[in-house]
Design a protein around this ligand. Sequence first.
Ligand SMILES: [Mn+2]
Length: 253
Amino acid sequence: MCQKPIYFISDLHLGSTYDPNSRQRERLVTEFLESIADTAGTIYLVGDILDYWYEYRTVVPRGYVRFFGALAALADKGVKITWFIGNHDIWLFDYLRDEIGIEIIDGQLVTEIYGKRFLISHGDGVGKLPRGFRFIRSVFRNRVCQRLYASIHPRWTIPFALKWSSHSRSNEKALPPFDISSDPLAEYAREWQTKHPHEHIDYFVFGHRHIMVDRELDDGAKVIILGDWLKHFSYGYYDGENFSLHHFKSKMQ
Ligand SMILES: [Mn+2]
């Protein structure tokens, strides 16, 4: 098989203040990216890659130098990079697109890869959302609110945002374990198949939940949840034949 493998990672939450190992995790992700740079066809970053990010028209936050460097090296080697906005890295605009050549996607993508159909989404906007979350999500994505927020000095907004982020992270932890018969992501997938009988999906790929899931629906389609890089250090791998989840093992330790 001469098709270049496709990689998927999500929920790195780099820069998170609640995790004292954020810098080591950045090193590990960088090592992972370097290890696939010569062979990968595409890498999908399926949301919540950075714990907090807000880019201004002329200024960007500190940090992530090694990570961005590794992405730039990948892009320069011809690897396609697609970054889905999650609920923590909502405010990626055009900086990484213009600087590195990353494609930024807000929402879900339906695409064909080596003859199989994929639906890829971070997963935070999928299924029935609690009212409060839906409201906050719409405020965060509102252009006027974004402009107002950008006009406040980051000296005030960044500490607030980091606190908010660790608070929302502890809420996300409270979700029940995955159940293929009732989980909102599985229900969303089943509903999609019913509504789109001629656009059958083979692989539904999500992030957001910080768990590793590789399960089959009754029609044979797979529901994948990619894990995270806080606990699992996991990635999805697709070679045109099979999709599999793996744990990245560092060679440096
Ligand atoms: Mn998320």
